[in-house]
Design a protein around this ligand. Sequence first.
Ligand code: NAD
Length: 290
Amino acid sequence: MAADVKKIGVIGAGQMGGGIAQVGATSGLEAVVYDAHPASLDKARALHEKLLNRAVEKERMTREEADAALGRISYAKSLDDLAGSDWIVEAIIEDAQIKKDLFARLAGMFTDTSVVLATNTSSISITEIATAAGDDASQARIVGMHFFNPVPIMKLVEVIPGLATSDEVVARTTALAEAMGKTPLRANDRAGFVSNRVLMPMINEAFYAWMEGVAEPEAIDGIMKLGCNFPMGPLRLADFIGLDTCEHIMNVLADGLNNDRYRACPKLKQLVTAGRLGDKTGRGVFDYSK
Ligand code: NAD
């Protein structure tokens, strides 16, 4: 079923887009990754080389396989360079209007409606993003294809159809996720889907616990790790996801579920305002500069 996909275009070369391009390439697909900021492309390229070289050192891959995978990834400074892709995955900033502007542009670029336009959004309504793509035929090929971080390691892909997404596109998304070595699971189009509907309020609550002095961050994380058998505490995980992304997701939950109990904790917002976004800036709740 996924044999029809040979070349994926990935938009956004950040944590997620870089990982999606890498997994596409190691699964045998051509992957073109585009980012509006050239520095992100340079960072993604360096990370791909580092991770695939490490895979060779650890004997998870031969040198030839790693070189072939690296050779299948190209880095594009213009959206036009995605022409010829038969599948697009968008992984840019978690902002509904910016994503909609992009999808309107993509629908105009890819007039062949067999080209699926997937979004890796963590929380934004697929139906809403699809409205930017024009008529029903164009909206039918818009789907949520939600990978998890770090993409090369995490097995899950949440597959989320919007109101207009066709059954065929859902089946093709499921098949492509499997061809990329992932386990696709279906969720419906409600704010946050399943993963972030459940996870993100817990992370937000950990910020409240910190803000209200219930415990210091190390203790909050230590208690949740040991007490709930989590591999990492909620505050460490927030840094890993990106505090800006966490805030965006909370805003989507609050608006989408129409309930203020989902508003982002002021402590989370304060760190975002200060530019302390987590691992990607070297400092968030915790300091990674050393
Ligand atoms: P990130 O900040 O690491 O990367 C985003 C990239 O998009 C940046 O390189 C930025 O330069 C680029 N970008 C921003 N606007 C753009 C535009 N208009 N056109 C082209 N490039 C643009 O963010 P991320 O963590 O990779 O998240 C990307 C998407 O994936 C978001 O929708 C996020 O909610 C979702 N997501 C994130 C995680 C996570 O754990 N971080 C997990 C699953 C899904």
